[in-house]
Design a protein around this ligand. Structure first.
Ligand code: SF4
Length: 376
């Protein structure tokens, strides 16, 4: 039976980070969260997605899902279980802030079957963290120490993923790499790392229709962080270092140890069916993309749901982008692209042939957007 993957959106955060483009609000009000979780459970139980029955993953994203108490997470999982069969190797991921990493939470999460925890670190530079509206390096280190003790206590493997952003204010060239080195040398249990560029956050958010706080990326940050021309060089250095530590880039921004890739991410890039529940959540079922409203009132009434059948052409364009960002272009895809351009990019060492596929070289990764534009 084909597996389906499931995304659960939790739109609450302790405060709003200055660069944030997600559907989230920066306040935690118990009653509001309770109402939201009750509605979310009803949404799951009353939904009807045909034959999408076997779940290969559940991803609690946000927002900050770790702001939910343990009963609320258990209730959501119970609703999902009443509706779907969980695959025996199901991946259940939960995004957490460092401050929500507490021993009692970790033990509860493990007990609920959560086997992948993704922690938004972003930087170990206290000035940068303060500027973007986050807590401190000390809190991050404390959370990693707690995880270390926790992993020694349990008999189960949990994937621990951490996120960084290149280009934050006050972080100088080489700063992100230094942070990653420091953490990997001290905490051997980390087996997945995501590295994003602040620029991406900025560009993608410009045309957002979100009704929430608009992006507040201040122009002055460009003078406080590494300049644009260093972004990509910084990325290359990080990639080289991580490869030396047995991490591989299974997607341009995502590095993992062997067999520790995020199943949920991969499902998204493979155009697998994704169920999505919660405010502003995006799903993809049988080539139809849908998105819940990102306004609470509409969401609670089941209104404002956007649906769009993806045309064959758009599906093809997405495949080109996803395959280039991940394992490379397969023959049935690259044979339909401009062959002269492919030849030129191979000559320029931006692309190369590898096991019957066409993949990006390290130099090509740095020019990914340009290559995609030219190939299409
Ligand atoms: S970046 Fe993450 S933690 Fe910060 S406000 Fe946005 S969703 Fe919340």
């Amino acid at each position: 039976m084909n597996k389906t993957y499931c995304y659960i959106h939790i739109p609450f955060c302790e405060s709003k980070c200055k660069y944030c483009r997600f559907s989230s609000i920066g306040s935690i009000q118990k009653l509001q969260i309770e109402k939201y979780v009750n509605h979310l459970c009803c949404e799951i139980e009353l939904s009807n997605f045909g034959n999408s029955n076997l779940l290969g993953s559940i991803y609690f994203g946000g927002g900050t899902p770790s702001t939910l108490n343990n009963k609320q997470i258990a209730d959501i999982l119970k609703s999902l279980k009443s509706k779907y069969t969980f695959d025996k190797n199901i991946e259940i991921s939960l995004e957490s802030t460092p401050q929500n990493i507490k021993m009692e939470n970790l033990l509860h999460w493990e007990n609920l079957g959560i086997n992948r925890i993704s922690i938004g670190i972003q930087s170990l530079n206290n000035k940068a963290l303060k500027e973007i509206g986050r807590k401190s390096k000390e809190e991050i280190i404390n959370s990693l120490n707690i995880i270390n003790t926790f992993l020694l206590k349990i008999n189960r493997e949990i994937v621990i993923s951490i996120d960084f952003i290149i280009g934050l204010p006050y972080v100088k060239k080489g700063g992100v790499l230094e942070d990653i080195k420091f953490i990997l040398n001290k905490y051997k249990f980390i087996n997945h790392i995501s590295v994003y560029m602040l620029e991406d956050y900025y560009e993608k958010s410009e045309d957002t229709n979100s009704s929430y706080e608009k992006i507040t990326y201040p122009n002055s940050w460009q003078n406080l962080g590494i300049s644009e021309k260093y972004y990509l060089g910084e990325y290359s250095e990080i990639k080289k270092y991580l490869e030396g530590k047995s991490f591989y880039a299974y997607e341009v921004s995502n590095f993992s140890k062997f067999n520790k890739e995020c199943k949920h991410n991969k499902a998204y890039w493979n155009h697998s069916n994704i169920l999505a529940y919660g405010l502003g959540a995006n799903g993809f079922i049988d080539n139809i993309r849908y998105k819940n409203s990102d306004k609470f009132q509409e969401y609670y009434k089941g209104e404002g749901i956007f649906k769009e059948k993806i045309s064959k052409n758009d599906l093809f364009l997405e495949k080109v982008m996803f395959q280039l960002r991940t394992s490379g272009l397969e023959k049935d895809i690259y044979s339909k692209l401009n062959q002269e351009k492919i030849k030129y990019f191979i000559q320029e060492k931006l692309l190369k042939k590898d096991s019957g596929k066409i993949i990006l070289t390290n130099k090509g990764i740095l020019l990914l957007d340009y290559i995609i534009r030219e190939l299409l």
